[in-house]
Structures are given as structure tokens and as C-alpha cells.
Design a protein around this ligand. Structure first.
Ligand code: 0X9
Ligand code: ZN
Ligand code: ZN
Length: 305
């Protein structure tokens, strides 16, 4: 059965997607943006008060990398908190009245399933590579942002394989097509990873600073201060290349260069004690503190439309 304080497998998450959207039809609508390589539907939830007019939106995805299980848990938590605090929490109410959140709870579904059935530490997609026995592409090296120039590998056996071409992975193509089609309303792009307790923004494919660097930095600093206010969890924020490492082909840099100004990558708990194997006892505190950062960023977006 589905439990927000446990790690749920894809079948459980998929049933949850259907039931939470049906049970909250006033606030949630559901669509499929395409299927994965192995044919699983990529469900996208739209959360917000239905107004009849076009609203600005924040896009958020979880589960790019299969083994980063706390991220899948966070997207589910976000949806639950949004619907359960609408009408009582004034900040959430204002956000959902005036904007929509597109939430993709699991980007790399095939990889996530594989971490449950075969290899808990799997990272990449599960697509075949022609001419190699190695499986999968790193989806966060597969986007059109300095593709495969730095911090990525052209070897299919590498954990950071950039793929045979830009958007070679159907999951990348489905996501990119949705964002391109909705580019006029999408004001922020949030992609949730783990671990290291970082809040990153462009660029990662080069050391040069983004045109909006000072605003991206100050919003990131406000967001990590909000996060820290709950349990004292320390985050660092900054441009990807200098804060973590240079790595091309990421969805954050791609979305930014497309014109989505507020583009951020979260690296959730912890700092390495448990790493990808974060205990279930940390799901609730991690998600509660991360909510504060996401709400901070969304509120800033709303103030600056
Ligand atoms: O390397 C990554 O894709 C991310 N770190 S992780 O440990 N979750 O794999 C960081 C992504 C930062 N952004 C870009 N490199 N564009
Ligand atoms: Zn990751
Ligand atoms: Zn809560």
C-alpha cells in the first residue's frame, strides 16, 4: 500500500497518481506525456485551482536518476502537501490560486523499476546501445546544452554516457517536447536529485555565469535559508560548474537556455553518510524542509511575473 513515509515502487506510485488525481479533481489534473523505452506511461500531474484562464506554471520533476529514491518520495510529498494545505496555509493557497505546478513524479521509470528488481544502485535509463552490451544513458547528460563536451562520456558503459545523440532517450524527448510546447507559461524548472545538500543553477556546461546570475543566486540563498529554518539542515547554493562539477547536457541548463529563467537542480539529503540509501526515517523531515525551499522559489516567481 502507498505510504508517504516509505519508499514506494513504481506500481504503487502509478496507482497513487490515479487515485490522488481522482480524489482531488478540483485541484489536480493528469496527463501522459509519452511512454518510456520499456513502454511505461509518464504521468504528469497539474496542480492548481482551476480558473478558466491561462496561469503561469512551475515545472518540477523527480527521479531522473533511478537510485535517488528520496527524490521520488519528495514529488509525492509535494502533491500531498499542496492539496492538503490548500485553503489553510496562506502561502500555498496563494500559489495554487495564481499558478499551476506541473509535477512529473518519476522521470526515469524503467531505471527506477530496475533499482527495485535488480540493482539498487542503477542510475541511467534502460535503453539498448547499438554496438555495445552496456545498457542505458545518463538522462542528465542527454539534453541540448553543450551536449557531451564536458563532464560526460561517449562510452555507453559509462555512468555518465551522454547517449547516441541529443534527446536520444525517449524520456528526455517526452520531457523536452512538453516544456517546449508550454514554454510561454513555464516560468520555473525544478529538477530534484540527491544527494549532497546543494541548490544548483546554470551553468554546468561552462564556467561562464548566467545572465540572471545575481537573481538566481539571491533566490537560491533565500530558498536554502528557508529550508534550514526547520531543522538546521545546511545547503550550499551556486552555479553547477563551480559548486559541484562541470557537466554538460543537463536539463537545468537546457531549460534555462530555452528561456525558463528560474532553473534549479536540488541535491537533497544527505551529505554522504547514507548517500542514495537514505533511511525511510528521513523521508518526512527531508520532504518537510524541502517544501519550504520550493515554496520560497515559487513565491518569488509569482512576485516577479
Ligand atoms: O551529475 C548530475 O547529473 C547531478 N548530480 S547527481 O549526483 N544527482 O548525478 C548534478 C546536475 C547539475 N546540473 C548539470 N550538470 N547540468
Ligand atoms: Zn541525480
Ligand atoms: Zn507537512
Amino acid at each position: 500500500a502507498h505510504d508517504y513515509t516509505k519508499y514506494n515502487n513504481w506500481a504503487t506510485i502509478n496507482d497513487w497518481v490515479v487515485s490522488i488525481s481522482s480524489a482531488n479533481a478540483n485541484l489536480i489534473s493528469r496527463q501522459v506525456i509519452g511512454n518510456t523505452y520499456e513502454g511505461r506511461p509518464m504521468h504528469l500531474l497539474k496542480i492548481g485551482k482551476k480558473t478558466g484562464s491561462t496561469k503561469p506554471a512551475v515545472f518540477m520533476d523527480c527521479g531522473f536518476h533511478a537510485r535517488e529514491w528520496i527524490t521520488h518520495a519528495f514529488c509525492q510529498w509535494f502533491v500531498k502537501e499542496a492539496v492538503s494545505t490548500y485553503g489553510s496555509d496562506s502561502e500555498m493557497t496563494n500559489l495554487l490560486d495564481r499558478m499551476d505546478f506541473f509535477v512529473l513524479p518519476v522521470f526515469n521509470i524503467d531505471g527506477y523499476e530496475y533499482t527495485w528488481t535488480n540493482d539498487r544502485m542503477w542510475r541511467k535509463t534502460r535503453s539498448r546501445n547499438s554496438g555495445s552490451n552496456c545498457i542505458g544513458t545518463d538522462p542528465n547528460r542527454n539534453f541540448d546544452a553543450g551536449w557531451c563536451t564536458i563532464g560526460a562520456s561517449s562510452n555507453p558503459c559509462s555512468e555518465t554516457y551522454c547517449g547516441s545523440s541529443i534527446e536520444s532517450e525517449i524520456e528526455s524527448k517526452n520531457l523536452a517536447n512538453f516544456i517546449r510546447s508550454n514554454k510561454s507559461i513555464i516560468k520555473a524548472y525544478l529538477t530534484v536529485h540527491s544527494y549532497s545538500q546543494l541548490l544548483l543553477f546554470p551553468y554546468s556546461y561552462k564556467y561562464g555565469l548566467a545572465a540572471d546570475h545575481s537573481e538566481l543566486l539571491s533566490v537560491s540563498q533565500g530558498a536554502i535559508a528557508a529550508l534550514r529554518s526547520l531543522y538546521g539542515t545546511k545547503y550550499t547554493s551556486g552555479p553547477g560548474a563551480s559548486t559541484i562539477y562541470p557537466a554538460a547536457g543537463g536539463s537545468d541548463d537546457w531549460a534555462y537556455d530555452l528561456g525558463v529563467k528560474y532553473s534549479y537542480t536540488f541535491e537533497l539529503r544527505d551529505e554522504g553518510r547514507y548517500g542514495f540509501l537514505l533511511p525511510e526515517s528521513q523521508i518526512k523531515p527531508t520532504c518537510e524542509e524541502t517544501m519550504l525551499a520550493v515554496k520560497y522559489i515559487a513565491s518569488h516567481v509569482l512576485k516577479n511575473l
